[in-house]
Design a protein around this ligand. Structure first.
Ligand code: SF4
Length: 257
């Protein structure tokens, strides 16, 4: 599976974000995540220990980002978004708030027109310092792939003790100031069929969307190789009717294929 080999990479073209300069604050040789999603393009989560010593210090991260932005600016490279994704969950970095504060200064110096995006799995939102940092940027993109607790556990396979309800507690604290990203897929896991486009799950998920009222909901499906092998992509013609139900709640929704 695929791992990014540097702290700052790209820019690459993103379906959702345009010209996106990637930021990886996780190690470059292993994925560290509080989830083990069945669809993760970085492969299975082999390291379940989340230890501060595994992460590069904030000053090293910020130096690497500044050098990259300086080079991109000198080469007149267009950047729409400076995007935290990379080899795992960025908010697990022990100095994530310091990195965001430093990046805001660097972004304003080199690319004031670019937005900062953090793709997060929403497991760390109950930490005040993480939530406050995410609220400082333009695009906190918070993951919620399931409306039913059993599907949350099956699709995202948390490596820390966390439930769907605890995740929702964190999401509620954003008071709608976020973009929700939801992966839709189906297939077979451990010999059992599952489908998060089922009416039962979509109804539960829509109830949550209506309660949380994010600025926008992004619906997407599989795009790259996945660690679980019996997964099936959901195409735009099946995602649009779900997006229409979000729009009927008065909430913006976009489907990316
Ligand atoms: S949250 Fe993201 S990085 Fe973590 S396992 Fe899921 S897809 Fe991979």
């Amino acid at each position: 599976m695929f791992l990014w080999e540097s702290i700052a990479f790209g820019p690459i073209h993103s379906r959702r974000l345009g010209s996106s300069l990637g930021i990886n604050v996780s190690p470059t040789d292993v994925k560290i995540c509080s989830f083990d999603c069945i669809y993760c393009e970085c492969g299975w989560t082999l390291r379940k220990d989340i230890d501060a010593k595994n992460f590069a210090p904030a000053d090293i991260v910020l130096q690497a980002i500044e050098a990259k932005l300086q080079k991109c600016r000198a080469e007149n490279t267009h950047i729409d978004s400076i995007t935290f994704s990379g080899n795992g969950e960025p908010t697990l970095h022990p100095q994530f708030p310091e990195i965001i504060d430093g990046l805001l200064v660097i972004r304003d110096k080199y690319y004031p027109e670019a937005v900062i995006t953090v793709l997060t799995n929403s497991t760390q939102l109950l930490k005040d310092e993480v939530r406050r940092a995410l609220l400082k940027i333009e695009n906190p993109m918070l993951k919620l792939d399931a409306g039913l607790p059993e599907l949350y556990q099956l699709i995202n396979r948390p490596t820390i003790p966390i439930t769907l309800e605890q995740t929702l507690e964190g999401l509620r604290d954003f008071h709608g100031k976020f973009i929700m990203q939801s992966m839709f897929l189906k297939g077979i896991i451990d010999g059992k069929p599952f489908d998060n486009t089922s009416e039962e799950n979509v109804t539960a998920w829509l109830k949550i969307v209506d309660e949380l009222r994010p600025k926008r909901v992004v619906l997407y499906s599989l795009d790259r190789e996945t660690p679980a092998k019996q997964l099936v992509k959901v195409y735009k013609n099946d995602l649009e009717p779900i997006a229409d139900r979000v729009r009927a709640l008065g909430i913006d929704a976009h489907v990316y294929e």
